[in-house]
Design a protein around this ligand. Structure first.
Ligand SMILES: Nc1nc2c(ncn2[C@@H]2O[C@H](COP(=O)(O)OP(=O)(O)O)[C@@H](O)[C@H]2O)c(=O)[nH]1
Ligand SMILES: [Mg+2]
Length: 354
């Protein structure tokens, strides 16, 4: 600290001297009236003694450093809040997503995967700045997430002895049954019998009988629950009995209830709900509801060869929590059928997107 003392006639004189010597930052630390020493002091007018000081430590620059540090902290905190807000709005308003994530959402929508499922698939998949990862990483993560949404596959029909195929008209029940009958009897060397309840449609019995003849397996046509029970009993030594049903318009509860009467008579081990990938999502949703009374326990999707967008498989499997046992991809018996598991389904649905 620099201290200086002045003896002056008045305060304005002191102030100008202090300013000249110590600069504008100096402060007055004391002032008092004094007389000059000796007899002359008594004759002359009183003088003013002013002591001023200047703190040489540069306070202003220290203050500035502190202020800058404070500002840096604030800026950092604001940035963090901004990122957080961005993530929250992103989750709530898909329209605000960064370009990459919005592009992925569009790709998934094009596959006809439901918006709620897409939300789940994309949730938290971006890095913490809200930017989607690179394509390969995104694709792999989506494959894992889609696979994770499927109920674990089970070796469909591998050991079940009585298998029933239910579902709407024309989805491919009889064709799928024939494909499986061929696989079981030709490749797995299992003893197979076919039973049909489909006596509604002209040609339905013929269709199954033709397959039976080609494969060399017996075909039973039954008209009542009692006949069904007897037919199943007659083939008790078979490894697999595959039961075909008439397609029910899913809105016709009477006919679904009637079918239930047949199934109750035999309590099948495996009931497949057969659905076509070419059916609209909305209609598929009502089919899975309407057929619930038949206690189906796994799903088969047909006609994957007729559409590019297989999102329906995920939508329905997710809504029903049922495993998907098979998908079929063409009219050829017995080749156009595949056993599937969650990983395979994920690859099939995502296809080449990304
Ligand atoms: N493209 C294609 N057609 C299929 C598939 N499965 C069945 N179909 C055809 O769909 C039509 C109806 O099949 P069908 O088995 O009689 O159906 P159902 O009424 O459910 O028994 C037939 O022309 C089949 O050849 C498939 O996976 N892909
Ligand atoms: Mg049929």
């Amino acid at each position: 600290m620099k201290i200086k003392r002045y003896v002056v006639n008045n305060m304005p004189e002191a102030l100008s001297l202090i300013k000249r010597d110590l600069g504008p930052e100096a402060v007055i630390i004391s002032s008092r009236k004094v007389r000059l020493p000796g007899w002359r002091g008594w004759l002359a007018p009183e003088q003013l003694e002013v002591t001023a000081a200047l703190d040489e430590k540069d306070d202003s620059s220290t203050q500035q450093v502190l202020w800058q540090e404070e500002r840096r902290k604030w800026a950092q905190e604001i940035a963090e809040v901004k990122t957080l807000l961005k993530q929250v709005t992103m989750a709530q308003a898909p329209g605000n997503e960064p370009g990459e994530l919005a592009r992925w959402r569009k790709l998934l929508l094009d596959l006809e995967i439901k918006a709620e499922i897409i939300d789940q698939l994309l949730q938290g998949i971006a890095d913490n700045t809200g930017v989607a990862r690179d394509d390969a990483t995104m694709r792999q993560q989506l494959l894992d997430r889609v696979a994770g949404m499927f109920a674990p596959g089970h070796p469909a029909g591998a050991s079940a002895r009585v298998l029933t195929f239910v579902g709407p008209t024309g989805v491919g029940k009889t064709t799928t049954l024939a494909k499986l009958a061929a696989q079981f009897s030709i490749f797995n060397k299992r003893k197979v019998a076919l039973v049909t309840l489909d006596t509604y449609r002209i040609g339905a019995v013929d269709q199954l009988q033709t397959y039976g003849e080609i494969l060399g397996v017996p075909v039973e046509v039954v008209m009542t629950p009692k006949e069904l029970k007897e037919a199943v009993h007659r083939h008790r030594e078979k490894d697999a009995i595959l039961i075909d049903t008439a397609g029910r318009p899913s809105k016709n509860r009477m006919s679904i209830a009637e079918l239930r009467g047949f199934l109750d008579a035999i309590a099948p081990m495996e009931t497949f709900l057969v659905l076509s990938c070419t059916t609209k999502n909305r209609d598929l949703m009502s089919v899975v509801e309407d057929f619930k009374v038949l206690n189906y326990n796994s799903l088969i999707f047909t006609k994957t060869d007729e559409t590019e967008a297989l999102g329906a498989i995920l939508n329905i499997a997710h809504a029903t929590s049922m495993p998907v046992a098979y998908v079929t991809n063409g009219q050829n018996v017995p080749d156009d059928i595949e056993v599937v598991d969650p990983q395979k389904l994920a690859k099939m649905i995502l296809g080449a997107v990304g």
